[in-house]
Design a protein around this ligand. Structure first.
Ligand SMILES: [Cu+2]
Length: 177
C-alpha cells in the first residue's frame, strides 16, 4: 500500500534528519559539560598563513570552590600558553603570558576576543579546516586535566570538502586527509 510506503519514508526521514543536521548545529555553537564545568563553544581562531592561533571559550563553574587553569596542551600545536592582555606605555594592547587563569566559584570566566584572556596555540601542526575539531587539554589546579574539543573557525581557509575533492594532481588523489 502507498500509505505504508509513505510511513516508511517518513520514518527513514525522521532518522536521517538528526544525522544530517546535528553536526551543523554543533559547529554553530557547542557545549561540553565535564563535572561542575560547562564549556560554552570552545573555538580556535585560525588565521590563514599564521602558525599561531588563539582559543576562546566561556567556562562556567557550578562548584563552590574557585579553580585555576594552570596549563594547556594539544596535539595540534607545539605548545600552548595562557595569555592575557595589558596596555603598554604607548597605549597599545599587548599579549602577555600569565601563570594562571582563574575560574570563580558559582560564576564564569569568558575567554573572548577583544583584549581578554585566551589560550595561545604556538606552532600549529596544521593545516586545519573550518569546522574541524581540535582536542585541547586544560590543566586545572584542583580538578586535574580536562580535555575539550574546540572547533576551528578560520578566516581565508579552504573548506575541507573542496580540498578533498581536488584530484587534479594524480599523486595527491591517493592521499586521504
Ligand atoms: Cu596570545
Amino acid at each position: 500500500m502507498y500509505s505504508n510506503k509513505f510511513k516508511k519514508y517518513l520514518l527513514a526521514l525522521a532518522f536521517l534528519c538528526p544525522i544530517i543536521f546535528l553536526p551543523l548545529n554543533i559547529l554553530k555553537a557547542h557545549e561540553i559539560v565535564i563535572d561542575i564545568f560547562t564549556f560554552e563553544h570552545p573555538w580556535v581562531n585560525v588565521l590563514s598563513g599564521s602558525s599561531n592561533a588563539a582559543m576562546y571559550v566561556k567556562i562556567i563553574n557550578k562548584g563552590d570552590l574557585a579553580d585555576h587553569i594552570i596549563g594547556a596542551s594539544s596535539p595540534a600545536a607545539d605548545r600552548l600558553e595562557l595569555h592575557s592582555h595589558f596596555i603598554d606605555d604607548s597605549g597599545v594592547s599587548r599579549m602577555r603570558h600569565v601563570m594562571a587563569i582563574d575560574i570563580p566559584p558559582k560564576g564564569f570566566v569568558d575567554l573572548a576576543p577583544g583584549g581578554g584572556n585566551h589560550i595561545m596555540l604556538i606552532g600549529l601542526k596544521g593545516p586545519f579546516f573550518d569546522g574541524e575539531l581540535i582536542p585541547i587539554s586544560l590543566t586545572l589546579k584542583n580538578s586535574g586535566i580536562l580535555t575539550i574539543d574546540a572547533v576551528v573557525e578560520s578566516v581565508g581557509l579552504k573548506p575541507k570538502l573542496s580540498e578533498e575533492s581536488d584530484v587534479s594532481d594524480a599523486n595527491k588523489s591517493h592521499h586521504k586527509h
